[in-house]
Design a protein around this ligand. Sequence first.
Ligand SMILES: NC(=O)c1ccc[n+]([C@@H]2O[C@H](COP(=O)([O-])OP(=O)(O)OC[C@H]3O[C@@H](n4cnc5c(N)ncnc54)[C@H](OP(=O)(O)O)[C@@H]3O)[C@@H](O)[C@H]2O)c1
Length: 338
Amino acid sequence: MEVAVTGAEERPVRLGALGTSSIAWRRVLPTVVRTPELRLTAVAGRSEARSRRFAERFGCAAETDAAALLDRPDIDAVYISTPTGLHRRFAEQALRAGKHVLVEKPVGVDAAEARALCALAAERGLVLRENFMFPHHPQHAHVRDLMDTGRLGRPASFRAAFCVPPLSKDDIRYDARLGGGALLDVGVYPLRAASLLLGPGLEVAGATLRVRAEDGLDLSGQVLLVSPSGVLAELSFGFEHAYASSYTVWGDRARVTVTRAFTPPPAHQPLVVLEEQDREERLLLPAADQLQLLLEAFARQVRAGGAGAAESGVRAEAVAAMELVDAVRATARCVAVE
Ligand SMILES: NC(=O)c1ccc[n+]([C@@H]2O[C@H](COP(=O)([O-])OP(=O)(O)OC[C@H]3O[C@@H](n4cnc5c(N)ncnc54)[C@H](OP(=O)(O)O)[C@@H]3O)[C@@H](O)[C@H]2O)c1
């Protein structure tokens, strides 16, 4: 029997982009325009010329500011890629205008901002998602499977790192007023990976942050977590190291390492290494576009609406992640560097 589908369910989700950012230009909007479930309707930034440049490249309208974008009745959802310190303000405006929201990671600068936005989205029945792409890559389900089928034995340790070399001096990540700092920018990835693999209820047992002497902005850090079952997690992150983007889950039978955990390019075939006492297996997994998978999931959720257990689970995860960030800040011993 054929099921009748209404036009609204079939129609692509109409998206407005707020912020003419580097990540929108390089990665997100090129993927949006080749995702059939979404249609980019308009883009808005502070500069008319930049908004027009985006509009020409991506085939959409240009608006001069957030208010004009949010006023458009032909937009169902807004993608926000402003600096992290402005996520809360713009996400709140978008939700109050009745738009679903895909906001760049992290959702805000602390747990209070995350809670406020999640409560507003729940109250309005709207979808609020962070653009955390990596959990959508199937390579992590593969690791989960190795854990669940006992290949690793009993996990005792987890290690994860997301580090990049120093950025250009004028990067938003070096501006504390815009929500800069390594913990909010890169530290949130290993924290999320620990939650993904070890489950909820992680506690911060210790943390150190290397902070800029002049203003205390965190440049890199290390965190020790403990899971409810006693797994110890060691996390490293920062803007002060050669590139690293990996994690290892280590049990009493084997350990597994994901070598390109957080930002595998769409065509990259991920290498997962399983090490046992006498043998090593190198598993080359199929390539996947983790952003496109996220965008498809976002579009499905917008069509289904913001209510339901899945949505409240996603919101609870976002809040829990920011509570861990707050706990790292509260626990950290800071070391000033010149
Ligand atoms: N999911 C990921 O993999 C990923 C990767 C990279 C970055 N990000 C996140 O995306 C966000 C943007 O990062 P980015 O590297 O793309 O930054 P960026 O190129 O500096 O872009 C930030 C944009 O925010 C807008 N903006 C509004 N008010 C601003 C202000 N006072 N100062 C500076 N910019 C302002 C600007 O666009 P207008 O001039 O149009 O307003 C600017 O282009 C951050 O939250 C970051 O954490 C996520």
